[in-house]
Write a protein that binds this ligand. Sequence first.
Ligand code: NAD
Ligand code: UGA
Length: 480
Amino acid sequence: MTKKQIKNICCIGAGYVGGPTMAVMAQKCPHIKVNVVDMNEQRIADWNDSDLNKLPIYEPGLAEVVDEARGRNLFFSTSIEKAIDEAEVIFISVNTPTKTYGVGKGMAADLKYIELCARQIASVAKDDKIIVEKSTLPVRTAEAIKTILDSTGKGVQFDILSSPEFLAEGTAIQDLTRPDRFLIGGEQSQSGEEAVQALVDVYSNWVPRENIVTTRVWSSELSKLTANAFLAQRVSSINAISALCEKTGADVDEVANAIGKDSRIGAKFLKSSIGFGGSCFQKDILNLVYLCRHFNLPEVAYYWEQVIKMNDYQKHRFAKMIIDSLFNTVSGKKIAFLGWAFKKDTNDSRESAAIYVADELLQDRAEIHVYDPKVTAEHIYADLEYLQEHRVGQYVEQGEKMSMEEIRNLVTVHSSAYEAMKAAHAIAILTEWDEFKTYNWQQVYNDMLKPAFVFDGRNIAPKEEMNEIGFEVYSVGRGK
Ligand code: NAD
Ligand code: UGA
Protein backbone atom coordinates (compact mmCIF):
# COMPACT_ATOMS: atom_id res chain seq x y z
CA MET A 1 0.00 0.00 0.00
CA THR A 2 1.36 3.42 -0.84
CA LYS A 3 0.98 6.38 1.45
CA LYS A 4 -0.77 8.34 -1.28
CA GLN A 5 -0.71 8.89 -5.00
CA ILE A 6 1.68 11.69 -5.84
CA LYS A 7 0.11 14.55 -7.82
CA ASN A 8 2.52 17.41 -7.29
CA ILE A 9 6.31 17.37 -7.51
CA CYS A 10 8.79 20.19 -7.06
CA CYS A 11 12.43 20.09 -8.12
CA ILE A 12 14.87 22.64 -6.71
CA GLY A 13 17.65 23.23 -9.26
CA ALA A 14 17.01 23.60 -13.02
CA GLY A 15 20.48 22.55 -14.17
CA TYR A 16 21.86 19.68 -16.24
CA VAL A 17 20.16 17.17 -13.95
CA GLY A 18 17.02 18.94 -12.71
CA GLY A 19 15.94 20.22 -16.16
CA PRO A 20 16.16 17.00 -18.25
CA THR A 21 15.12 14.68 -15.38
CA MET A 22 11.97 16.60 -14.62
CA ALA A 23 11.14 17.16 -18.29
CA VAL A 24 11.15 13.38 -18.84
CA MET A 25 9.19 12.79 -15.62
CA ALA A 26 6.54 15.29 -16.71
CA GLN A 27 6.38 13.76 -20.19
CA LYS A 28 5.90 10.25 -18.77
CA CYS A 29 3.51 11.26 -15.95
CA PRO A 30 0.96 13.69 -17.44
CA HIS A 31 -1.17 13.28 -14.28
CA ILE A 32 1.57 14.81 -12.08
CA LYS A 33 2.26 18.55 -11.96
CA VAL A 34 6.01 19.12 -12.03
CA ASN A 35 7.39 22.52 -10.93
CA VAL A 36 11.09 23.06 -11.58
CA VAL A 37 12.42 26.04 -9.61
CA ASP A 38 15.75 27.81 -9.51
CA MET A 39 17.13 31.01 -7.99
CA ASN A 40 18.90 31.79 -11.27
CA GLU A 41 16.41 34.04 -13.08
CA GLN A 42 18.18 33.93 -16.43
CA ARG A 43 18.24 30.12 -16.40
CA ILE A 44 14.50 29.98 -15.74
CA ALA A 45 13.81 32.58 -18.45
CA ASP A 46 15.81 30.42 -20.89
CA TRP A 47 13.83 27.30 -19.94
CA ASN A 48 10.66 29.27 -20.68
CA ASP A 49 11.90 30.72 -23.99
CA SER A 50 9.47 30.02 -26.82
CA ASP A 51 12.49 29.47 -29.08
CA LEU A 52 13.51 25.92 -28.15
CA ASN A 53 17.02 26.56 -29.51
CA LYS A 54 17.54 28.88 -26.55
CA LEU A 55 17.04 26.27 -23.81
CA PRO A 56 19.94 26.65 -21.35
CA ILE A 57 21.12 23.07 -21.96
CA TYR A 58 21.93 21.42 -25.26
CA GLU A 59 21.02 17.75 -25.11
CA PRO A 60 19.80 15.66 -28.09
CA GLY A 61 16.02 15.08 -27.87
CA LEU A 62 15.52 17.45 -24.92
CA ALA A 63 13.76 20.22 -26.86
CA GLU A 64 11.10 17.78 -28.10
CA VAL A 65 10.38 16.53 -24.57
CA VAL A 66 10.16 20.09 -23.20
CA ASP A 67 7.93 21.10 -26.08
CA GLU A 68 5.49 18.28 -25.28
CA ALA A 69 5.20 18.82 -21.53
CA ARG A 70 5.94 22.52 -20.89
CA GLY A 71 2.79 24.46 -20.00
CA ARG A 72 0.80 21.19 -19.71
CA ASN A 73 2.20 19.73 -16.48
CA LEU A 74 5.79 21.00 -16.59
CA PHE A 75 6.54 24.49 -15.28
CA PHE A 76 9.77 26.40 -14.76
CA SER A 77 9.78 29.26 -12.27
CA THR A 78 11.65 31.22 -9.62
CA SER A 79 8.75 30.93 -7.14
CA ILE A 80 10.61 28.49 -4.93
CA GLU A 81 8.52 28.86 -1.78
CA LYS A 82 5.21 28.43 -3.59
CA ALA A 83 6.45 25.28 -5.33
CA ILE A 84 7.72 23.83 -2.04
CA ASP A 85 4.42 24.59 -0.35
CA GLU A 86 2.35 22.85 -3.04
CA ALA A 87 4.53 19.75 -3.48
CA GLU A 88 4.14 16.32 -1.92
CA VAL A 89 7.59 15.28 -3.17
CA ILE A 90 10.56 17.66 -3.38
CA PHE A 91 13.63 16.71 -5.40
CA ILE A 92 16.87 18.51 -4.54
CA SER A 93 19.00 18.81 -7.70
CA VAL A 94 21.29 21.68 -6.79
CA ASN A 95 25.01 21.78 -7.47
CA THR A 96 27.47 20.23 -5.01
CA PRO A 97 30.88 21.48 -6.20
CA THR A 98 34.24 20.85 -4.56
CA LYS A 99 34.85 23.30 -1.70
CA THR A 100 37.17 26.16 -2.63
CA TYR A 101 37.58 27.47 0.93
CA GLY A 102 37.95 26.44 4.57
CA VAL A 103 37.78 22.93 6.00
CA GLY A 104 38.09 20.30 3.23
CA LYS A 105 39.15 22.92 0.64
CA GLY A 106 39.89 21.27 -2.72
CA MET A 107 38.46 17.89 -1.63
CA ALA A 108 35.12 17.87 0.19
CA ALA A 109 31.76 18.59 -1.44
CA ASP A 110 30.43 22.07 -0.74
CA LEU A 111 27.01 21.44 0.77
CA LYS A 112 25.99 25.07 1.27
CA TYR A 113 23.35 24.93 -1.50
CA ILE A 114 21.92 21.69 -0.08
CA GLU A 115 21.72 23.21 3.39
CA LEU A 116 20.00 26.29 2.00
CA CYS A 117 17.38 24.09 0.33
CA ALA A 118 16.78 22.21 3.59
CA ARG A 119 16.33 25.48 5.47
CA GLN A 120 13.96 26.83 2.80
CA ILE A 121 11.86 23.66 2.93
CA ALA A 122 11.83 23.72 6.74
CA SER A 123 10.60 27.30 6.83
CA VAL A 124 7.85 26.85 4.21
CA ALA A 125 6.47 23.32 4.72
CA LYS A 126 3.09 23.10 6.45
CA ASP A 127 2.27 19.46 5.63
CA ASP A 128 4.15 16.15 5.32
CA LYS A 129 6.73 15.95 2.53
CA ILE A 130 8.99 13.41 0.91
CA ILE A 131 12.42 14.92 0.23
CA VAL A 132 14.51 13.25 -2.46
CA GLU A 133 18.26 13.80 -2.73
CA LYS A 134 18.93 13.83 -6.50
CA SER A 135 22.23 15.69 -6.21
CA THR A 136 25.36 13.59 -5.65
CA LEU A 137 26.19 13.74 -1.95
CA PRO A 138 28.62 12.38 0.63
CA VAL A 139 27.41 9.39 2.62
CA ARG A 140 25.17 10.36 5.54
CA THR A 141 24.09 13.74 4.12
CA ALA A 142 20.48 12.61 4.54
CA GLU A 143 21.10 12.64 8.28
CA ALA A 144 22.18 16.31 8.19
CA ILE A 145 19.17 17.26 6.04
CA LYS A 146 16.84 15.49 8.45
CA THR A 147 18.36 17.27 11.44
CA ILE A 148 17.68 20.65 9.84
CA LEU A 149 14.15 19.71 8.76
CA ASP A 150 13.19 18.20 12.12
CA SER A 151 14.30 21.29 14.01
CA THR A 152 11.29 23.38 12.90
CA GLY A 153 9.04 22.17 15.71
CA LYS A 154 6.00 22.45 13.39
CA GLY A 155 5.14 18.76 13.69
CA VAL A 156 5.61 18.19 9.96
CA GLN A 157 6.76 14.67 8.97
CA PHE A 158 9.70 14.60 6.55
CA ASP A 159 10.88 11.39 4.89
CA ILE A 160 14.30 11.67 3.26
CA LEU A 161 15.10 9.46 0.28
CA SER A 162 18.29 9.19 -1.73
CA SER A 163 17.70 8.75 -5.46
CA PRO A 164 20.92 9.74 -7.22
CA GLU A 165 20.98 10.41 -10.93
CA PHE A 166 23.11 8.30 -13.29
CA LEU A 167 22.45 10.10 -16.59
CA ALA A 168 25.42 11.04 -18.77
CA GLU A 169 25.36 14.31 -20.67
CA GLY A 170 24.82 13.93 -24.41
CA THR A 171 22.68 10.82 -23.85
CA ALA A 172 20.53 12.15 -20.99
CA ILE A 173 17.15 11.65 -22.62
CA GLN A 174 17.92 8.06 -23.57
CA ASP A 175 19.40 7.39 -20.09
CA LEU A 176 16.30 8.83 -18.44
CA THR A 177 13.71 7.13 -20.61
CA ARG A 178 15.40 3.71 -20.58
CA PRO A 179 17.64 3.70 -17.51
CA ASP A 180 19.85 0.71 -16.63
CA ARG A 181 18.42 1.33 -13.18
CA PHE A 182 16.84 3.97 -11.02
CA LEU A 183 18.02 3.76 -7.42
CA ILE A 184 16.06 4.65 -4.30
CA GLY A 185 17.49 4.52 -0.78
CA GLY A 186 15.11 4.84 2.14
CA GLU A 187 14.89 4.41 5.87
CA GLN A 188 13.78 1.07 7.24
CA SER A 189 10.75 2.35 9.10
CA GLN A 190 7.09 2.14 8.12
CA SER A 191 7.02 5.74 7.02
CA GLY A 192 10.38 5.32 5.17
CA GLU A 193 9.11 2.26 3.33
CA GLU A 194 5.91 4.06 2.32
CA ALA A 195 7.95 6.97 0.99
CA VAL A 196 10.11 4.56 -1.06
CA GLN A 197 6.94 2.94 -2.44
CA ALA A 198 5.50 6.34 -3.39
CA LEU A 199 8.61 7.10 -5.45
CA VAL A 200 8.68 3.58 -6.93
CA ASP A 201 5.10 4.25 -8.10
CA VAL A 202 6.16 7.50 -9.80
CA TYR A 203 9.13 5.89 -11.59
CA SER A 204 7.01 2.83 -12.51
CA ASN A 205 5.04 5.03 -14.90
CA TRP A 206 7.81 4.35 -17.42
CA VAL A 207 10.54 2.20 -15.83
CA PRO A 208 10.06 -1.58 -15.45
CA ARG A 209 9.94 -2.53 -11.75
CA GLU A 210 12.99 -4.81 -12.06
CA ASN A 211 15.05 -1.77 -13.10
CA ILE A 212 14.17 0.11 -9.92
CA VAL A 213 16.64 -0.85 -7.19
CA THR A 214 15.81 -0.09 -3.56
CA THR A 215 18.42 0.02 -0.77
CA ARG A 216 19.17 1.60 2.58
CA VAL A 217 19.87 5.35 2.44
CA TRP A 218 23.62 5.16 3.06
CA SER A 219 24.08 2.42 0.43
CA SER A 220 22.30 4.55 -2.14
CA GLU A 221 24.40 7.64 -1.38
CA LEU A 222 27.62 5.63 -1.54
CA SER A 223 26.58 3.75 -4.72
CA LYS A 224 26.54 7.02 -6.65
CA LEU A 225 30.09 8.00 -5.65
CA THR A 226 31.24 4.42 -6.28
CA ALA A 227 29.69 4.24 -9.76
CA ASN A 228 31.46 7.43 -10.84
CA ALA A 229 34.74 6.29 -9.28
CA PHE A 230 34.58 2.96 -11.17
CA LEU A 231 33.74 4.65 -14.47
CA ALA A 232 36.53 7.21 -14.11
CA GLN A 233 38.92 4.43 -13.08
CA ARG A 234 38.31 2.63 -16.38
CA VAL A 235 39.16 5.78 -18.33
CA SER A 236 42.34 6.30 -16.31
CA SER A 237 43.26 2.63 -16.73
CA ILE A 238 42.99 2.69 -20.53
CA ASN A 239 44.75 6.06 -20.64
CA ALA A 240 47.63 4.63 -18.59
CA ILE A 241 47.91 1.85 -21.17
CA SER A 242 47.79 4.45 -23.98
CA ALA A 243 51.11 5.87 -22.73
CA LEU A 244 52.67 2.41 -22.93
CA CYS A 245 51.18 1.86 -26.40
CA GLU A 246 52.90 4.99 -27.68
CA LYS A 247 56.27 3.70 -26.42
CA THR A 248 55.85 0.16 -27.71
CA GLY A 249 54.03 0.58 -31.03
CA ALA A 250 50.87 -1.16 -29.81
CA ASP A 251 47.55 0.45 -30.78
CA VAL A 252 45.33 1.34 -27.81
CA ASP A 253 42.08 0.92 -29.78
CA GLU A 254 43.13 -2.60 -30.74
CA VAL A 255 44.05 -3.39 -27.13
CA ALA A 256 40.70 -1.98 -25.90
CA ASN A 257 38.80 -4.02 -28.47
CA ALA A 258 40.68 -7.20 -27.56
CA ILE A 259 40.17 -6.89 -23.79
CA GLY A 260 36.61 -5.60 -24.15
CA LYS A 261 35.53 -8.87 -25.78
CA ASP A 262 36.04 -10.53 -22.39
CA SER A 263 32.54 -10.40 -20.93
CA ARG A 264 34.03 -9.95 -17.45
CA ILE A 265 35.68 -6.70 -18.60
CA GLY A 266 33.07 -5.50 -21.11
CA ALA A 267 33.53 -3.19 -24.10
CA LYS A 268 32.16 0.11 -22.78
CA PHE A 269 34.16 2.99 -21.32
CA LEU A 270 37.48 1.87 -22.78
CA LYS A 271 38.02 4.78 -25.16
CA SER A 272 41.41 6.32 -24.67
CA SER A 273 41.31 10.12 -24.67
CA ILE A 274 42.95 13.33 -23.53
CA GLY A 275 41.49 12.56 -20.10
CA PHE A 276 38.03 12.68 -18.61
CA GLY A 277 36.34 16.00 -17.96
CA GLY A 278 32.88 17.05 -16.82
CA SER A 279 31.63 18.48 -13.59
CA CYS A 280 31.40 15.20 -11.69
CA PHE A 281 34.11 12.53 -12.02
CA GLN A 282 36.89 14.55 -10.40
CA LYS A 283 34.61 16.19 -7.84
CA ASP A 284 33.07 12.88 -6.78
CA ILE A 285 36.39 11.05 -6.48
CA LEU A 286 37.84 13.92 -4.44
CA ASN A 287 34.79 13.63 -2.23
CA LEU A 288 35.34 9.86 -1.88
CA VAL A 289 39.00 10.42 -1.02
CA TYR A 290 38.02 13.01 1.58
CA LEU A 291 35.52 10.62 3.15
CA CYS A 292 38.14 7.84 3.31
CA ARG A 293 40.60 10.18 5.06
CA HIS A 294 37.84 11.31 7.41
CA PHE A 295 37.17 7.68 8.37
CA ASN A 296 40.94 7.07 8.75
CA LEU A 297 41.33 4.85 5.68
CA PRO A 298 44.50 6.39 4.12
CA GLU A 299 45.28 3.38 1.89
CA VAL A 300 41.81 3.48 0.36
CA ALA A 301 42.07 7.25 -0.13
CA TYR A 302 45.46 6.86 -1.83
CA TYR A 303 44.11 4.15 -4.15
CA TRP A 304 41.32 6.35 -5.56
CA GLU A 305 43.47 9.46 -5.68
CA GLN A 306 45.61 7.80 -8.34
CA VAL A 307 42.64 7.88 -10.77
CA ILE A 308 42.77 11.68 -10.71
CA LYS A 309 46.57 11.82 -10.85
CA MET A 310 46.57 9.62 -13.97
CA ASN A 311 43.93 11.89 -15.53
CA ASP A 312 46.01 15.02 -14.86
CA TYR A 313 49.03 13.22 -16.32
CA GLN A 314 47.10 12.35 -19.49
CA LYS A 315 46.07 15.98 -20.13
CA HIS A 316 49.65 17.09 -19.47
CA ARG A 317 51.07 14.36 -21.71
CA PHE A 318 48.87 15.53 -24.60
CA ALA A 319 49.92 19.18 -24.21
CA LYS A 320 53.56 18.09 -23.97
CA MET A 321 53.19 15.96 -27.11
CA ILE A 322 52.08 19.08 -29.00
CA ILE A 323 54.92 21.25 -27.71
CA ASP A 324 57.60 18.57 -28.21
CA SER A 325 56.46 17.80 -31.76
CA LEU A 326 56.35 21.47 -32.74
CA PHE A 327 60.10 21.70 -32.20
CA ASN A 328 59.90 22.42 -28.48
CA THR A 329 58.00 25.67 -28.62
CA VAL A 330 54.52 26.83 -29.56
CA SER A 331 55.22 30.49 -28.89
CA GLY A 332 53.49 32.61 -31.55
CA LYS A 333 52.23 29.47 -33.35
CA LYS A 334 48.62 29.15 -34.38
CA ILE A 335 47.03 26.02 -32.90
CA ALA A 336 43.44 25.25 -33.94
CA PHE A 337 41.35 23.60 -31.23
CA LEU A 338 38.54 21.43 -32.57
CA GLY A 339 36.14 21.12 -29.67
CA TRP A 340 35.95 22.62 -26.21
CA ALA A 341 33.06 20.66 -24.60
CA PHE A 342 34.14 17.83 -22.26
CA LYS A 343 32.47 15.32 -24.62
CA LYS A 344 30.32 15.45 -27.76
CA ASP A 345 26.63 16.35 -27.85
CA THR A 346 26.69 18.76 -24.90
CA ASN A 347 27.32 22.49 -24.47
CA ASP A 348 28.88 21.77 -21.06
CA SER A 349 32.59 22.51 -20.70
CA ARG A 350 32.97 22.21 -16.95
CA GLU A 351 36.38 20.65 -16.16
CA SER A 352 36.87 19.94 -19.86
CA ALA A 353 40.35 18.59 -20.66
CA ALA A 354 40.53 21.29 -23.37
CA ILE A 355 40.86 23.98 -20.67
CA TYR A 356 43.95 22.32 -19.19
CA VAL A 357 45.59 21.61 -22.53
CA ALA A 358 44.96 25.25 -23.54
CA ASP A 359 46.50 26.47 -20.30
CA GLU A 360 49.75 24.55 -20.85
CA LEU A 361 50.02 25.87 -24.40
CA LEU A 362 49.21 29.41 -23.27
CA GLN A 363 52.00 29.21 -20.71
CA ASP A 364 54.29 28.89 -23.75
CA ARG A 365 52.37 31.75 -25.45
CA ALA A 366 50.65 29.74 -28.21
CA GLU A 367 47.91 31.44 -30.24
CA ILE A 368 44.84 29.29 -29.80
CA HIS A 369 41.92 29.36 -32.24
CA VAL A 370 38.92 27.48 -30.91
CA TYR A 371 35.90 26.10 -32.72
CA ASP A 372 33.15 24.19 -30.88
CA PRO A 373 29.67 23.60 -32.35
CA LYS A 374 27.86 24.31 -29.06
CA VAL A 375 30.06 26.01 -26.45
CA THR A 376 29.84 29.82 -26.62
CA ALA A 377 32.83 32.19 -26.64
CA GLU A 378 31.56 33.64 -23.37
CA HIS A 379 31.84 30.22 -21.70
CA ILE A 380 35.28 29.53 -23.16
CA TYR A 381 36.70 32.77 -21.75
CA ALA A 382 34.91 32.16 -18.44
CA ASP A 383 36.52 28.69 -18.19
CA LEU A 384 39.97 30.18 -18.74
CA GLU A 385 39.29 32.97 -16.28
CA TYR A 386 38.16 30.52 -13.60
CA LEU A 387 41.36 28.54 -14.07
CA GLN A 388 43.45 31.70 -13.68
CA GLU A 389 41.64 32.55 -10.47
CA HIS A 390 42.13 29.13 -8.89
CA ARG A 391 45.14 27.47 -10.55
CA VAL A 392 44.77 24.14 -8.71
CA GLY A 393 45.94 20.77 -10.00
CA GLN A 394 49.42 19.25 -10.07
CA TYR A 395 50.45 20.62 -13.49
CA VAL A 396 48.42 23.83 -13.38
CA GLU A 397 50.23 24.82 -10.20
CA GLN A 398 53.55 24.70 -12.04
CA GLY A 399 52.38 27.44 -14.43
CA GLU A 400 51.97 31.16 -13.84
CA LYS A 401 48.79 33.15 -13.46
CA MET A 402 48.02 35.07 -16.66
CA SER A 403 45.88 38.19 -17.03
CA MET A 404 42.60 37.97 -18.93
CA GLU A 405 43.86 40.68 -21.26
CA GLU A 406 46.79 38.46 -22.21
CA ILE A 407 44.48 35.47 -22.64
CA ARG A 408 42.02 37.36 -24.83
CA ASN A 409 44.94 38.44 -27.02
CA LEU A 410 46.04 34.83 -27.44
CA VAL A 411 42.69 33.00 -27.66
CA THR A 412 40.26 33.56 -30.55
CA VAL A 413 36.91 31.81 -30.78
CA HIS A 414 35.52 31.07 -34.27
CA SER A 415 32.09 30.13 -35.51
CA SER A 416 33.62 28.23 -38.45
CA ALA A 417 36.05 25.32 -38.07
CA TYR A 418 37.66 26.11 -41.42
CA GLU A 419 38.41 29.67 -40.26
CA ALA A 420 39.93 28.30 -37.03
CA MET A 421 42.19 25.94 -39.02
CA LYS A 422 43.21 28.37 -41.80
CA ALA A 423 46.98 29.10 -41.76
CA ALA A 424 47.40 27.07 -38.56
CA HIS A 425 50.62 25.28 -37.64
CA ALA A 426 48.67 22.47 -35.98
CA ILE A 427 45.19 21.16 -35.25
CA ALA A 428 44.34 19.63 -31.87
CA ILE A 429 41.18 17.50 -31.64
CA LEU A 430 39.83 17.86 -28.11
CA THR A 431 36.20 16.70 -28.41
CA GLU A 432 34.83 13.82 -30.49
CA TRP A 433 32.04 15.79 -32.26
CA ASP A 434 30.72 13.76 -35.21
CA GLU A 435 31.02 16.70 -37.63
CA PHE A 436 34.84 16.64 -37.27
CA LYS A 437 34.84 13.33 -39.15
CA THR A 438 33.19 14.89 -42.18
CA TYR A 439 35.61 17.73 -43.00
CA ASN A 440 37.30 18.17 -46.35
CA TRP A 441 40.82 17.43 -45.09
CA GLN A 442 42.47 18.10 -48.44
CA GLN A 443 41.12 21.66 -48.34
CA VAL A 444 42.19 22.06 -44.70
CA TYR A 445 45.69 20.83 -45.59
CA ASN A 446 46.00 23.23 -48.51
CA ASP A 447 45.14 26.17 -46.23
CA MET A 448 47.56 25.25 -43.40
CA LEU A 449 51.23 26.05 -42.80
CA LYS A 450 53.59 23.17 -43.59
CA PRO A 451 54.50 20.79 -42.09
CA ALA A 452 50.82 20.46 -41.10
CA PHE A 453 50.36 18.70 -37.75
CA VAL A 454 47.27 17.03 -36.31
CA PHE A 455 47.15 15.98 -32.64
CA ASP A 456 44.18 13.71 -32.25
CA GLY A 457 43.15 13.51 -28.60
CA ARG A 458 40.10 11.39 -29.39
CA ASN A 459 41.38 9.05 -32.12
CA ILE A 460 38.61 10.03 -34.52
CA ALA A 461 40.60 11.49 -37.43
CA PRO A 462 40.97 9.26 -40.53
CA LYS A 463 44.70 8.80 -39.88
CA GLU A 464 45.70 6.83 -43.00
CA GLU A 465 43.78 9.18 -45.32
CA MET A 466 45.33 12.22 -43.62
CA ASN A 467 48.83 10.77 -43.80
CA GLU A 468 48.33 10.28 -47.51
CA ILE A 469 47.33 13.93 -47.92
CA GLY A 470 50.56 14.93 -46.16
CA PHE A 471 49.55 15.64 -42.53
CA GLU A 472 51.77 14.57 -39.63
CA VAL A 473 49.21 12.85 -37.40
CA TYR A 474 49.85 12.04 -33.73
CA SER A 475 47.14 10.11 -31.85
CA VAL A 476 46.72 9.27 -28.19
CA GLY A 477 47.73 5.65 -27.66
CA ARG A 478 48.71 5.18 -31.30
CA GLY A 479 51.68 7.49 -31.60
CA LYS A 480 52.73 8.98 -34.93
P1 NAD B 1 23.96 22.75 -12.29
O1 NAD B 1 24.96 23.70 -11.74
O2 NAD B 1 23.79 22.63 -13.76
O3 NAD B 1 22.50 23.09 -11.68
C1 NAD B 1 22.26 23.34 -10.35
C2 NAD B 1 21.23 24.46 -10.26
O4 NAD B 1 20.81 24.60 -8.89
C3 NAD B 1 21.73 25.84 -10.68
O5 NAD B 1 20.93 26.32 -11.75
C4 NAD B 1 21.60 26.71 -9.41
O6 NAD B 1 21.21 28.04 -9.69
C5 NAD B 1 20.51 25.97 -8.66
N1 NAD B 1 20.51 26.22 -7.20
C6 NAD B 1 21.54 26.07 -6.32
N2 NAD B 1 21.10 26.32 -5.07
C7 NAD B 1 19.78 26.63 -5.15
C8 NAD B 1 18.78 26.97 -4.19
N3 NAD B 1 19.05 27.00 -2.89
N4 NAD B 1 17.55 27.25 -4.63
C9 NAD B 1 17.25 27.20 -5.95
N5 NAD B 1 18.14 26.87 -6.90
C10 NAD B 1 19.40 26.58 -6.51
O7 NAD B 1 24.32 21.32 -11.65
P2 NAD B 1 24.00 19.88 -12.28
O8 NAD B 1 25.03 19.52 -13.30
O9 NAD B 1 22.56 19.81 -12.64
O10 NAD B 1 24.29 18.95 -11.01
C11 NAD B 1 23.41 18.91 -9.91
C12 NAD B 1 23.78 17.72 -9.04
O11 NAD B 1 23.57 16.51 -9.77
C13 NAD B 1 25.22 17.67 -8.57
O12 NAD B 1 25.26 17.14 -7.27
C14 NAD B 1 25.87 16.71 -9.54
O13 NAD B 1 26.99 16.04 -8.96
C15 NAD B 1 24.77 15.72 -9.80
N6 NAD B 1 24.83 15.03 -11.10
C16 NAD B 1 25.13 15.73 -12.24
C17 NAD B 1 25.12 15.08 -13.47
C18 NAD B 1 25.43 15.82 -14.75
O14 NAD B 1 25.49 15.16 -15.79
N7 NAD B 1 25.65 17.12 -14.75
C19 NAD B 1 24.73 13.73 -13.54
C20 NAD B 1 24.41 13.05 -12.36
C21 NAD B 1 24.45 13.73 -11.14
C1 UGA C 1 29.21 10.62 -15.94
C2 UGA C 1 28.62 9.21 -15.75
O1 UGA C 1 28.79 8.47 -16.96
C3 UGA C 1 27.15 9.28 -15.39
O2 UGA C 1 26.65 7.97 -15.12
C4 UGA C 1 26.97 10.16 -14.15
O3 UGA C 1 25.61 10.30 -13.84
C5 UGA C 1 27.58 11.53 -14.41
O4 UGA C 1 28.98 11.37 -14.76
C6 UGA C 1 27.56 12.43 -13.21
O5 UGA C 1 27.46 11.98 -12.09
O6 UGA C 1 27.70 13.62 -13.48
P1 UGA C 1 29.19 12.43 -17.88
O7 UGA C 1 30.29 13.03 -17.09
O8 UGA C 1 28.07 13.29 -18.29
O9 UGA C 1 28.55 11.21 -17.05
O10 UGA C 1 29.77 11.76 -19.20
P2 UGA C 1 30.64 10.43 -19.49
O11 UGA C 1 30.12 9.82 -20.73
O12 UGA C 1 30.73 9.57 -18.30
O13 UGA C 1 32.07 11.03 -19.82
C7 UGA C 1 32.87 11.62 -18.82
C8 UGA C 1 34.24 11.94 -19.40
O14 UGA C 1 34.97 10.74 -19.62
C9 UGA C 1 34.21 12.67 -20.74
O15 UGA C 1 35.19 13.65 -20.78
C10 UGA C 1 34.49 11.57 -21.74
O16 UGA C 1 35.08 12.05 -22.92
C11 UGA C 1 35.46 10.71 -20.95
N1 UGA C 1 35.47 9.30 -21.42
C12 UGA C 1 34.37 8.52 -21.27
C13 UGA C 1 36.62 8.80 -22.00
O17 UGA C 1 37.63 9.51 -22.13
N2 UGA C 1 36.64 7.50 -22.42
C14 UGA C 1 35.55 6.69 -22.29
O18 UGA C 1 35.63 5.50 -22.71
C15 UGA C 1 34.39 7.21 -21.71
